[in-house]
Ligand binder design. Sequence first.
Ligand SMILES: [Ca+2]
Ligand SMILES: [Ca+2]
Length: 119
Amino acid sequence: MPAQAHHGGAHYLDVPTLTCWTQNDPSGADEPYLKLNGSRIWTGPDCTPITTMYPGITTTFWNQVYLDIMEDDFGNDDFCGSVLVGPQSGWGQQTYYSYKFVSGLGYIINYQMEYTVYQ
Ligand SMILES: [Ca+2]
Ligand SMILES: [Ca+2]
């Protein structure tokens, strides 16, 4: 059986931690959540920097998916950042950073997400 035979199988995704390094909102606590291919898979506690949260998600997916870091706001500006997850983007433990633009500082780290992709 060729090595590529597993290509059509399901893959696993773990999201052990999400760290808030800076506030997304101008005032008050952030309300982070995560989406996988557009569906909410986790809602975090309200948080202020610097806080590490433990989503502890384990899910399966096919081919590749978008994992989005979101921050709940009125209106439709919740999006913080997105990473394409799947074998084409690499196996194993990985780190994704979302950034926010701050006048005078440029882009600074907003959230840090650890995730693992495995067979
Ligand atoms: Ca916000
Ligand atoms: Ca908010």
